[in-house]
Write a protein that binds this ligand. Structure first.
Ligand code: F6R
Length: 610
């Protein structure tokens, strides 16, 4: 998703802005640009493609200046090209924007009627023109921004400069993230703390509808009605090291291998020899959980898959009804909310527009409370939830989510166990499940040891156009996640099915050109799964089977060299453990196919627009 960096400093800001944009590349984008104020002029450079292409243009003709704004754009209104790239400049004003303005067509028509000629197809140019109009009518930059954002419907994070007000940048946010970086004699704006990690670790998170004005020595926040407001300064925990790629070829590979550490951190000081520790979901969290009679879990993409696993877990062990739904559906339908239902939002970024909007919507729907399971402590989802459990995955840079998923499962495992104990799960069973969960980091380490064999297996997919993934029970969502990983980064069309559903349609697709990946941990459903695999074998499909050491009876089901088994650590944690070989498979297929693994085409990391 679009990224914003802005700076006011004594030194030249263009190199800082470019470094900030590079730190935001992980969000996904298709063009980049920056604008800097020179006395009496706005200097701007933009390019379609990567930040380094824009940087090369800048370096060919660099310009000095201590006030600037910069942007990576992920196209929404208008194709990705230089004309639509930000910053947009109208008259005295340059502006960068992340989000979507819903009433832009109407505002655009009104501006056209007043004689404005648009250079681009973007909603952003509309905002720029409106601010410029007000400045030309005599308002200062801050007043012009305030008056303009009051007329906007939709979501925005913006940074704006005025040619005739050097030394000032004005930012504003609603429904899209923006924070202030506080430096010494210089201040910054950024889409997230990572953008600013090279210049400061002191950050101010803006609230919804805030407008902020930064100069070299001052940061002043205003509410939408123009009244000054106080916002606390935090020390950001994001470190430059955490966003280094180190010895790994891609961030995704690094993040896959960080999973034992990330899961261990997520469990640390939350589970002990006697079970889940008290109130890990927040002060009085256990009292709220004790009242819960059902759960609605809302999320998108990979986080949604984590929710699906939790449904199997919570219904089995806590005997509470759970519904799981993608946020973009939930927010627009009239869900029935039985009494004492807990709303659970799962999100890596905590800024996903649909998830955030669904959570806001839930506040009108009579839930007992909201719980956020999230990786970014100061994100909007976390700030607006009643209860929270942070995953401690650390920054996830690869667009395809990996360690975020397994840490979400660790967090949801804790939730399951706490709910189950409160509802009288047999103590011996409870402690056995706790032991399994505590063992998850080790089990993931064992699964990672399969990498060399998986890299070999990946060769079977290079020329394939399609693949099927099968699982049953709590491992069906694992198949969904495996298919999502493969399609996202290798561009191979992949579908996942609960294995028992195969003969109700998808079996028609199976022939010798169809690889079928089966997630086959031992357990009560293994015999059923084997019958489904027979159905595939009988149609000549090429089976690739991931089994655990207890499932040796699967020998002979898969093609030669295509059955891998390992120690899964138990049926409860199997979904988290079996995800790992599927992540590695997708990763190695993508590497062999030569795709842009960390920034796959058309995708963005943090989807802050609807
Ligand atoms: C897939 C992926 C996306 C995200 C989804 C939700 O690899 O990364 O499907 O899971 O966009 O994002 P968060 O978890 O940040 O709400």
């Amino acid at each position: 998703m679009c990224g914003i960096v802005a700076a006011v400093a004594q030194r030249d800001v263009a190199p800082l802005l470019i470094a900030g944009l590079k730190a935001l590349e992980y969000r996904g984008y298709d063009s980049a640009g920056l604008a800097v104020l020179e006395p009496g002029a706005i200097r701007r450079v933009r390019a379609k493609g990567k930040v380094r292409e824009m940087e090369a243009r800048y370096l060919a003709e660099p310009f000095p200046g201590g006030t600037g704004i910069a942007h990576t754009r992920w196209a929404t209104h208008g194709v990705p090209n230089e004309v639509n790239a930000h910053p947009h400049v109208v008259g005295r004003v340059a502006l960068v924007h992340n989000g979507i303005i819903e009433n832009y067509a109407e505002l655009r028509r009104a501006l056209q009627a007043r004689g404005h000629q648009f250079a681009s197809e973007t909603d952003t140019e509309v905002m720029t023109a409106l601010i410029n109009e007000r400045i030309e009518a005599g308002l200062g930059l801050r007043e012009a921004v305030l008056a303009t954002v009051r007329e906007l419907d939709g979501a925005y994070a913006i940074a704006v400069i005025d040619r005739d007000e050097p030394g000032h940048v004005v930012g504003a946010r609603r429904g899209a993230p923006l924070l202030v970086g506080v430096g010494i004699g210089e201040n910054f704006l950024g889409s997230d703390a990572q953008a600013l990690v090279q210049v400061t670790n002191k950050v101010i998170y803006l609230d919804e509808n805030d407008v902020v004005e930064i100069t070299r020595d001052q940061v002043q926040v205003y509410t939408l009605d123009g009244a000054p407001a106080e916002r606390a300064t935090h020390e950001s925990e994001v470190s430059a090291d955490a966003v280094e790629r180190g010895e790994y070829r891609h961030y995704m590979q690094k993040e896959i291998f960080e999973q034992p550490r990330a899961v261990a951190d997520t469990l640390e000081a939350r589970i002990g020899p006697h079970g889940v520790l008290p109130n890990i979901f927040g002060v009085a969290g256990d009292a709220v959980l004790a009242k819960v009679k059902g759960l609605h879990i809302i999320a998108c993409g990979t986080s949604y898959h984590a929710g699906l696993v939790a449904k199997y877990w919570i219904e089995q062990h806590a005997r509470l009804p759970v519904s799981v739904e993608v946020a973009s559906e939930y927010r627009y339908r009239e869900a029935v909310v039985p009494e004492d239902t807990l709303f659970v939002a799962i999100s890596q970024s905590g800024e996903t527009a649909d998830t955030l909007a669904a959570m806001r919507e839930s506040k009108q729907r009579g839930y007992l409370a909201t719980l956020a399971i999230c990786n970014v402590p100061e994100s909007s989802v976390v700030r607006e939830a009643d209860l929270k459990l942070m995953t401690r995955a650390g920054p996830e840079i690869g667009v395809a989510s990996t360690k975020a998923f397994t840490t979400q499962l660790a967090a949801l495992g804790l939730l399951t166990l706490q709910l189950a104990r409160q509802r009288g799960l047999d103590e011996a069973r409870y402690l056995a499940l706790c032991e399994q969960l505590a063992h998850l980091p080790r089990a993931i380490e064992d699964a990672l040891a399969l990498e060399p064999q998986i890299a070999e297996l990946a060769a079977r997919f290079i020329h394939r156009q399609h693949a099927l993934f099968l699982g049953r029970g709590a491992n069906y969502p694992v198949a969904l996640e495996g298919a999502l990983k493969l399609k996202e980064i290798s561009y191979i069309h992949a579908e996942a099915y609960p294995a028992g559903e195969l003969k109700h349609g998808p079996l028609a697709l199976v022939d010798e050109s169809m690889p079928v990946v089966a997630v086959a941990p031992s357990g009560p459903l293994l015999e059923k799964l084997k019958s489904n695999l027979q159905e595939v074998r009988a149609r000549g499909g090429e089976l690739i089977v991931f089994a655990d050491d207890g499932a040796t009876s699967l020998d002979g089901y898969a093609a030669k060299g295509a059955a891998l088994s390992f120690e899964s650590g138990g049926d409860f944690i199997a979904p988290a453990v079996f995800t790992v070989p599927l992540q590695l498979l997708a990763y190695h297929v993508a590497v062999l196919r030569g795709t842009d693994v960390d920034q796959p085409r058309n995708l963005a990391k943090s989807v802050t627009v609807e």
